[in-house]
Write a protein that binds this ligand. Structure first.
Ligand SMILES: [Zn+2]
Length: 490
């Protein structure tokens, strides 16, 4: 937000008087932003300033509103809204390492396929599904986790469009009964985007799904991913350790991979050898050695891991913990990052014990655990208060241990969010750092409840607590947060 816009906003919503704003402007030191001057001069707290900048209606700073953040939450959530997705519809799209000049008859199909790709990029889609239907081919685009339908492609175009994507992916276009996969890369404007292509036979014909891997949009800023300041500090402290294991847990689609890439980015420096073993490599990161398993030639996980450990790693990322091989690897003088499928940070300990990892080994290898879910951010442009008599309030209040009359907010739907009331996504997180006390509790074989208590006495903030804070700030609607956390054992 520019200084001028901030001044206007502060005045318009009555947060500060004209005299106060002018005072802050006069009192600025050289190079200081207006917001910094206002905070420095004690007119507003950083949190209140952020609320204004994020466009909330200022609950809590007018002195008579409810302040719902419980006193036990010593953290400030600072969620930055996602970048606006760039409209690329007017730009030229190039397919890397592919020449179409040999077959001019294909030009209309090529152009049309390119338009579909550009539309997907402009929408900010993560995947595009091409579903064969009796009347034609239906494109569906996944945006912020939910599918939305495009326009049905006429039947005459169905086969040529599907063939086009298979040609680009370098797979056999005559094969329609067996699943296939491949990939291609496009450049458009300043972006480079990889498309992973997979085909699967269905009863109405072949279905193709394109997954977009946008190199320029991989978000590695922990704050933007949803880490509150306190969580970010804990996570970065864990990443500075020279050995041990850091696990990121959550169901499929909870953003674990993005968090791990952000962690790698944070751990990477010129003095360290950072390596990954992935299946497959999704994003290429500079300054990191990335390897993928290739089971078809016998290069399985265990084999790649053994080889990688002989390459003198400081930090090593492995896709998923499935057995105790990786856990033992964490004991040999480097930091190991990985994911695991569990419900919560505490449940991860029990899960690893179930895998046969003994408690003494766990207590000496685990540095910390991050559990997370992805929730849709409330659209800033149409965010507004929920009616005082809304019947959903009681359930929300119960679920999040909040006051039923809390100033809940949600998106109402507008042009910017295409009527959905949400735009972009953010993680709901909990971080358990394994300190001396936790280590003792783990090695003493304590049950989940005792572990949870030990973590709590250590300042552990659960996903429910984190969600409550994001609700208080208006980033998340209580309904969305509840849907996402439902079934999560606290
Ligand atoms: Zn909106």
């Amino acid at each position: 937000m520019t200084d001028e816009l901030l001044a206007r906003t502060l005045h318009a919503n009555g947060t500060l008087s004209r005299e106060q704003i002018q005072g802050a402007i006069k009192g600025r030191v050289q190079g200081e932003r207006l917001g910094q001057a206002i905070v420095r001069q004690g007119m507003l707290s950083i949190a209140d300033l952020q609320r204004v900048e994020l466009g909330s209606n200022g609950n809590g700073h007018n002195g008579n509103g409810h302040t719902q953040a419980p006193a036990s939450t010593p953290t400030q959530a600072v969620v930055e809204a996602p970048e606006e997705v760039e409209d690329v519809s007017a730009l030229t799209l190039y397919i890397v390492d592919h020449d179409d000049s040999a077959d001019p008859a294909q030009a209309p199909v090529v152009r049309y396929a390119n338009e579909l790709l550009k539309y997907a990029i402009t929408l900010g889609a993560s995947d595009v599904h091409f579903e064969p239907q009796p009347g034609g081919l239906l494109p569906r685009y996944r945006v912020d986790g939910a599918l939305q339908s495009g326009q049905l492609l006429p039947i005459e175009l169905s086969a040529p469009i599907l063939s086009r994507f298979k040609v680009l992916a370098n797979v056999d276009i005559t094969e329609q009964r067996m699943p296939q996969d491949g990939r291609f890369r496009v450049k458009i404007g300043s972006k480079t985007i990889d498309f992973r292509v997979s085909s699967l036979p269905s009863i109405h014909g072949e279905k193709i799904v394109l997954r977009l891997l946008n190199h320029s949009s991989l978000e590695t800023d922990l704050t933007k991913l949803g880490f509150a300041r306190r969580d970010k500090a804990i996570f970065e402290r864990m990443l500075q350790r020279s050995h041990g294991m850091i696990l990121v847990t959550g169901p499929t689609g909870s953003g674990k991979t993005t968090t791990l890439y952000a962690a790698l980015n944070s751990a990477r420096d010129a003095t360290k050898n950072v390596m990954t073993i992935e299946d497959p490599v999704e994003y290429e990161l500079e300054g990191i050695t990335q390897t993928s398993t290739q089971t078809d030639i016998g290069l399985n996980f265990a084999r790649v891991l053994r080889a990688a450990l002989r390459q003198d790693p400081d930090v090593i990322l492995v896709g998923e913990i499935r057995d105790d091989i990786s856990v033992r690897a964490a004991l040999t003088g480097h930091l190991l990052l990985s994911t695991i499928h569990t419900n919560s940070a505490v449940a991860t300990i029990s899960r690893l014990r179930d895998m046969g990892v003994p408690s003494y080994l766990l207590s000496s290898s685990i540095a910390g655990i991050v559990a997370q879910r992805l929730a849709r951010l409330t659209c800033k442009s149409c965010r507004g208060p929920v009616a005082p008599d809304d019947p959903r309030r009681a359930e929300w209040a119960h679920f999040f241990h909040m006051d039923e009359n809390a100033p809940f907010q949600e998106g109402k739907g507008c042009a910017k969010c295409k009527g959905r009331g949400t735009k972009g996504r953010v993680a709901i997180l909990e971080i358990m750092e394994v300190d001396a006390e936790m280590r003792r509790a783990i090695s003493a074989d304590k049950d989940a409840e005792s572990l949870r208590q030990a973590a709590r006495s250590n300042g552990f903030i659960s996903m429910i607590d984190d969600a409550r804070e994001k609700i208080n700030f208006g980033f998340l609607s209580p309904q969305e947060a509840m849907n996402v956390l439902m079934g999560h054992e606290e």
